[in-house]
Design a protein around this ligand. Structure first.
Ligand SMILES: [Zn+2]
Length: 257
């Protein structure tokens, strides 16, 4: 057998790089439904999406409130008559209570994103509970379910147990358009549109001057999804629509087993 020519070797390596790179790019671009479905199956206590064929989607906004982003987000949502779920950071709420009042007054769902914008999984259990409660006092979660989303999406079993003890459910999401990384409207928009499916929970980030593009993303994303037949619901509405029932300890009809 003749040894492969250097040209052939280079071509093969290039082809391999392009193939692997392509697969990685597609995987990152559209988090595969299968991956989210597996995660939802494995972590049954965490809400990723609703199992439904109805064209509904829950818009969620993390790291709010912030003077740089909240006003514009509220303006866009109001103009398009969309209710979203805001995962609020306690320390931001303490600094801008007026913005919390405005989010609540606009009819959006308020949820808990802990006290600081950090992976709360690294906190000691007592610290975690303290931050959760401190934030709750300011957020006053407004749905029939109290929702929590951990910073950076990291959670573990003990955290889920602590959340349950305090009447919380953990909500992650199913569409992450990399808005924290890309920071440009068109790629974020394209990723969000490519990834959205009936029952999806879409995660976007406000909170800070470096994220002012989120208003522009919403401005284009909402009409585009509407045109595709989607309607917008809160996380609680999506949860209930999928036939899930909040396992709140104070439910009058709670089954005791
Ligand atoms: Zn966050």
């Amino acid at each position: 057998m003749r040894p492969a020519s250097p040209g052939k070797i280079v071509a093969t390596v290039l082809l391999a790089v392009v193939l692997v790179g392509g697969v990685m790019a597609v995987t990152l671009w559209i988090p595969p439904r299968l991956l989210v479905a597996v995660a939802a199956e494995v972590f049954a206590d965490v809400f990723f999406y609703a199992d439904t064929t109805q064209p509904v989607v829950a818009l969620t906004l993390d790291d709010e409130p912030d003077p740089a982003t909240t006003e514009r987000i509220l303006e866009v949502l109001a103009r398009h008559q969309v209710r979203a779920t805001f995962f609020l950071i306690g320390s931001h709420c303490a600094a801008h209570p007026d913005l919390v009042t405005r989010i609540r007054a606009a009819g959006h769902e308020l949820a808990n994103h802990h006290w600081q914008d950090e992976p709360s999984i690294s906190l000691e259990p007592a610290e975690f509970v303290a931050g959760l409660s401190r934030t709750e006092a300011l957020v006053q979660p407004s749905g029939s379910v109290k929702w929590f989303r951990p910073g950076s999406g990291w959670f573990d079993g003990p955290m889920i147990d602590q959340l349950a003890e305090h009447g919380y459910l953990c909500c992650l999401g199913s569409v992450y358009p990399y808005d924290n990384l890309i920071r440009r409207v068109q790629p974020i928009l394209a990723s969000a549109l490519a990834g959205t499916f009936p029952g999806a929970v879409l995660v976007l980030h406000g909170g800070g001057r470096q994220r002012v593009y989120v208003g522009d993303v919403l401005e284009q994303l909402i009409p585009e999804l509407r045109q595709r037949g989607y309607r917008f619901v809160t996380v609680t509405e999506l949860w209930e629509l999928a036939g899930r029932r909040p396992p709140l300890p104070d439910r009058a009809d709670r089954q005791v087993d």
